[in-house]
Design a protein around this ligand. Structure first.
Ligand code: AHM
Length: 330
């Protein structure tokens, strides 16, 4: 492979031998196209009239930010035009979008969190787009019921992080790879091949303001984390941006765990299984990490509803396994 590798070359290199490569490349290309437009709009958000709330509320009764709505519209529009896409689920939309016109050609269901961490938009903190691509065969027989697919059916997943640079981090089952957008040429170039969670869990990321509502076990784990040292002997640090993509990305690069538990007020936590937990779990596993709802691996959960929530513990494999034992009271 040449030194400068763009996304297309990378996909061809990884999937050139299998027949899904064309489909995957086309779908990912649509996500990437939308993400470049979103990135452009986020960069000028303070200058254009696209900051703030639309004054409307989504299905989760959360205020829809203007950029949320915009990102959602772009992604849905670009993906629904592709005949291999059978259905699209979005955190911003109540029901799954069925595309009956693709019933003979569509083998893929796409799940989207168009702009995760959107409460951070107005204060210029990094946000992200999360996506997952599910493939089901034989595709022509796909029924509406089958659109709610669990982790076994993920064929690719990733996120685009709109940070100090815009990065695409994704996996199509051959490890996790990071690409950085070079805005001067409008291309995502391979910058972080074969990302793996480091063997040190030096950071824990959790919203500690909710600690009065946590279980005794979780409180004990976090208290312990404050005195623990990582494998290099350094004390652990707390880091919480409040933007899952950003927190996960930092932990993937430097080592750590992200926790969004269920608590007394919200037993299933806040994050959505289909839009946030499954795609991030797929990436975590591909990067040698682990993702759990505290008892079972996220990828083994069977979704019941499109907007189902789940507790999420994700990151360094050993630390998450240890945390599962603590939560079980072992
Ligand atoms: P959102 O879908 O409304 O953006 O919420 C998801 C975000 C995550 O990115 C982040 O980790 C979490 O909500 C922060 O929630 P909290 O403010 O309760 O800590």
């Amino acid at each position: 492979m040449p030194k400068l590798v763009n996304l297309t070359a990378h996909l061809l290199e990884q999937h050139g031998h299998d027949p899904t490569s064309r489909d995957l490349a086309a779908i990912i290309n649509q996500v990437v196209f939308a993400s470049k437009l979103i990135s452009r709009d986020i960069n000028k958000a303070g200058l254009a009239d696209i900051l703030g709330s639309t004054g409307q509320f989504n299905v989760q009764a959360e205020e829809v930010q203007k950029l949320d709505a915009h990102a959602n519209q772009l992604l849905v529009e670009l993906l629904s035009g592709w005949p291999r896409v059978r259905a699209i689920g979005s955190e911003e939309i109540d029901a799954i979008i069925d595309l009956p016109e693709h019933k003979n050609t569509g083998c893929y269901v796409i799940m989207l969190d168009p702009l995760d961490g959107s409460s951070n938009i107005d204060v210029n903190v990094s946000v992200g787009t999360i996506f997952s691509i599910f493939k089901i065969e034989p595709c022509a027989r796909l029924t509406k019921k089958q659109y709610l697919l669990g982790g076994d059916w993920v064929t690719a997943a990733g996120y685009v992080l709109y940070g100090s640079s815009t990065m695409l981090v994704f996996s199509s089952g051959y490890g996790v790879h990071g690409f950085t957008l070079d805005p001067s040429i409008g291309e995502f170039l391979l910058s972080h091949p074969h990302l793996r969670f480091p063997d040190k869990s030096s950071v824990y990321s959790i919203n500690e303001a909710y600690s009065p509502r946590w279980s005794e076990e979780l409180r004990g784990y976090i208290d312990q984390a404050k005195t623990d040292r990582d494998v290099t002997g350094k004390p652990k640090k707390a880091r919480y941006i409040g933007s899952l993509v950003s927190d996960f990305h930092r932990n993937l690069l430097t080592g750590g765990v992200y926790l969004y538990p269920g608590d007394a007020a919200a037993p299933q936590g806040k994050l959505r299984l289909m839009f946030e937990a499954i795609p991030m779990a797929f990436l975590a596993h591909q990067a040698g990490g682990r993702a759990s709802d505290g008892r079972r691996p996220i990828l083994e959960l069977r979704p019941r509803e499109l907007h189902q929530r789940t507790p999420l513990y994700i990151g360094d494999r050993r630390e998450i396994a240890h945390l599962e034992k603590v939560l079980a009271g072992a």
